[in-house]
Design a protein around this ligand. Structure first.
Ligand SMILES: *Cc1c(COP(=O)(O)O)cnc(C)c1O
Length: 424
């Protein structure tokens, strides 16, 4: 029995899907203690958009540590923080005509969501928040109330309140925004006027459901008309995952608040921020605090990642090319295996393939692991195989990953065929 089985809590999940002990990681690759290597199509669930241990990010971090740069400083001012804010403003915000203030929260995504929800409630004086079906916003109580998944909600142990839910685009064939609009103007609809709407432009954990630019624009319009704040949770879909730095860029909307985490630190270091329109900055000092607000090491690698990857549109073009490459193969697999697959999901390098059920998706993930590939599932039934490689993946590495997936799908299809032959 391993020390993990003996001592670590049952709450682990990824460790169950990929039962080995990892020793090293570089770029798109993970290495285990058996000398086996795995191509990483999980990428820290989106925390490793630039891969593992990127040499230039690593060098910036080592240089900072070697020079005794401040590691922990609560929310005090440091060179590392000043540089990050300046670079983010110059490279990301100004070219996109966005003006936001930065709130550094505790280092997890869920804490940044808490802060955004609290601020929206404080500024508007309203309690209700509108969130969408299949939305995922984290697992601390406030954020969990906005999360749809029953498995996660069930862990709360208390009623989760303060959130109303409306159908996301494409959900059960319902036009959720028409419903929302009608409810807002019907004084007997039972919907308390919300402080804010929180939305993912592509739902990550919810199964790679995509909102179109038109739908997002309409949502923004409804929010403006009714004086409701719009929060984009770009924790997973942001930092280039869909091809642009922010996932909402193709829609042209300007959210009131944007929440970033996962890959914002660049190197897999914990860091979260809330971007807020200046007029919303009505916080009293320390009103939302935390010991680890602003991780100086993450500021260093975050700023370096912006310098390296976002000063030109090279990475965006690379993401588009790799996304096309992946999509072409997935189209073929969809046609080849109607017994396994239903449809394709997502956009950019946030794509997936929906399987007939969660067992098929899970069997494919397992077969991939045996072949040397780490890939997870998403969606309400875990039915979507989710391709989440580092954005920096090379064309050849993408082929390798796809090759493992094709072999895994063939294996699962064969097992299914022999099973159904026996049954008939
Ligand atoms: C991962 C995620 C969160 C929660 O972030 P944690 O760091 O796990 O707390 C919130 N929203 C979205 C969209 C996420 O993908």
């Amino acid at each position: 029995m391993t020390i993990f089985k003996a001592k670590e809590s049952n709450v682990q999940t990824y460790a169950n899907s990929f039962p080995t002990r990892f020793t090293k990681a570089q770029g798109c690759w993970l290495f285990d203690d058996q000398g086996k290597r795995y191509i990483d199509f999980l990428a820290g669930a989106g925390a490793l958009n630039y891969g593992h241990n990127h040499p230039e990010l690593k060098k910036a971090l080592i240089d900072y540590i070697t020079a005794d740069g401040v590691t922990h400083g609560l929310d005090m001012h440091t060179d590392a923080k000043a540089n990050f804010i300046a670079r983010f403003d110059e490279i990301i915000l100004r070219p996109r005509h966005l003006d936001y203030r930065f709130q550094f929260t505790g280092p997890t995504g869920t804490n940044a969501v808490e802060a955004a929800l609290k601020l929206a409630r404080k500024v508007t004086g309203r309690a209700n928040i509108v969130a969408f079906t299949n939305g995922f916003h984290g697992v601390s109580y406030g954020a969990l109330a906005a999360t749809g998944n029953q498995h996660h909600r069930g862990g709360a142990g208390v009623p989760l309140s303060g959130v109303s839910r409306i159908p996301y685009q494409g959900y059960a064939g319902i036009d959720g925004l028409s419903l929302f609009e009608t409810q807002l103007s019907d004084r007997s609809s039972g919907l308390d006027k919300p402080a804010a709407v929180i939305v993912e432009c592509v739902q990550g954990e919810g199964g790679l459901n995509v909102a179109t630019p038109e739908w997002l624009k309409r949502l923004e319009q409804i929010c403006r008309q009714h004086n409701i704040l719009l929060i984009v949770d770009d924790i997973q879909a942001g930092c280039g995952r869909t091809g642009t730095f922010f996932s909402f860029e193709p829609s042209g909307i300007k959210p009131d608040l944007v929440v970033l985490s996962k890959s914002i630190g660049g190197y897999g270091l914990p860091m979260s921020i809330v971007l807020l329109k200046p007029e919303l900055d009505q916080w009293a000092p320390g009103e939302h605090n935390g010991t680890f607000r602003g991780n100086n090491h993450a500021f260093v690698t975050a700023a370096k990642a912006l310098d390296l990857f976002w000063q030109t549109n090279e990475l965006s073009q690379h993401i588009d090319a790799r996304a096309k490459q992946l999509n072409q193969h997935l189209q073929k697999q969809l046609k080849l295996h109607p017994e396994l697959f239903v449809n394709l999901k997502g956009r950019g390098l946030m794509q997936g393939i929906a399987c007939q059920n969660g067992d098929i998706a899970s069997a494919i993930s397992q077969a991939c692991f045996e072949r040397g590939m780490i890939i997870e599932t998403a969606g309400p039934e875990g039915q979507v195989v989710k391709f989440f490689c580092p954005l920096t993946i090379s064309e050849a590495e993408m082929e390798q990953g796809i090759h493992h997936f094709i072999e895994a799908a063939a294996k699962v299809a064969k097992a299914q065929n022999s099973h159904s032959r026996k049954a008939s």
